[in-house]
Design a protein around this ligand. Structure first.
Ligand SMILES: [Zn+2]
Length: 199
């Protein structure tokens, strides 16, 4: 199946809004961070699964890694080849998740909010701090298209659409940003009570 950029974007926004956000709302209520992820089949854009951050159980269960854990818990017959899948992340993956996506063989990932958004809008500076401290990388310093995968920022895909589609997509991004801002406030207010190492 071949889909237009606008159709793909709309489907990815739908998955964030309808499949990831409800899980993340419940996760944030328990005290977890607001990061989520989903895996879709490239063939028909159907959802394989969605997941959300579960650092309260294990600090490695970032939204992306938690989705991958669930993915490999699926029976093999129900699990598509990662090369045939789209990886969707609400936020630009951190170094842990970049590596997890690489090691599991995806050739792509798509994300809504950037590392800078995580630091500036969501008060989670750890992605950029780790990239700088461990890998000596400044923001934007990793290779966003490389021999393993290509990464796509949804706002950049939206900006490349023809005018009418661009406006609709940007309006959806604005609504999603509002929904995530509310979750961020809830997480930040409650985080002093959790024992997540980098909260
Ligand atoms: Zn991560």
């Amino acid at each position: 199946m071949s889909v237009s950029g606008g159709e793909l974007l709309n489907r990815l926004f739908d998955v964030i809004e309808q499949d990831v956000l409800p899980l993340t709302k419940a996760g944030v209520e328990r005290g977890n961070k607001l990061f989520g992820a989903a895996i879709l089949r490239k063939s028909d854009l159907s959802l394989v699964l969605a997941e959300t951050n579960n650092e309260l159980e294990n600090p490695l269960w970032h939204g992306e890694v938690h989705a991958l854990k669930r993915f490999y818990e699926l029976p093999k017959c129900d699990r598509p080849n990662t090369k045939d899948c789209i990886f969707l992340s609400t936020h630009e993956p951190c170094s842990l998740c970049l590596s997890a996506i690489t090691w599991t063989g995806f050739d792509n990932f798509h994300y809504l909010f950037s590392h800078e958004d995580s630091r500036d809008s969501f008060a989670i500076p750890h992605d950029l701090k780790i990239l700088k401290e461990v890998f000596t990388l400044d923001p934007g310093g990793y290779n966003a298209q490389n021999a393993f995968w290509k990464s796509y920022a949804l706002p950049a895909l939206a900006a490349a659409l023809p005018e009418a589609g661009r406006q609709k997509a940007e309006a959806r991004i604005g609504r999603l940003a509002q929904a995530y801002a509310a979750l961020s406030e809830a997480y930040q207010q409650a985080k002093a009570d959790n024992d997540i190492p980098l909260n």
